[in-house]
Design a protein around this ligand. Structure first.
Ligand SMILES: [Zn+2]
Length: 127
């Protein structure tokens, strides 16, 4: 009997993907390395953060990121998080700047997870 490397659910040998979480079961016995092609250019900070997010099955969403909090869109744009930059700018226009504080908190809290989601899963999060 094997267990899913990602969520720990029991697997049948015939299952190509985990019935519980959908992770591919090939190589279930070994720990999964990070997708090194994607993360090799990252600083150690983000490599560590992304590893922790992944290892926790995304229960851990990354630690508070002061750089993202203080720089906001300036932090996000070079990382390819363009959608949230657009939302940030629009929100400022429509709320006359009130959203700046809200978005500083969102970037601080969620910035690392935005980045993880975009880089590792190609999924864009804006909040
Ligand atoms: Zn699973």
């Amino acid at each position: 009997m094997m267990n899913c490397n990602s969520c720990g659910a029991p697997l049948k040998d015939a299952d190509p993907v985990c019935p519980s979480c959908g992770t591919a079961t090939s190589g279930v016995s070994q720990p999964k390395p990070m997708a090194s092609g994607v993360t090799s250019g990252l600083s150690e900070y983000y490599q560590n953060e992304f590893q922790k997010i992944r290892d926790s099955n995304e229960q851990y969403k990354g630690k508070w990121n002061w750089t993202a909090c203080l720089l906001g869109p300036i932090w996000a744009f070079p990382k390819g998080l363009r959608e949230i930059v657009v939302v940030y700018v629009l929100a400022i226009l429509f709320t006359f700047g009130i959203s700046v504080l809200a978005y500083a908190i969102i970037f601080g809290l969620r910035g690392n997870y935005f980045y993880y989601s975009k880089l590792m899963k190609g999924r864009v999060l804006i909040i």
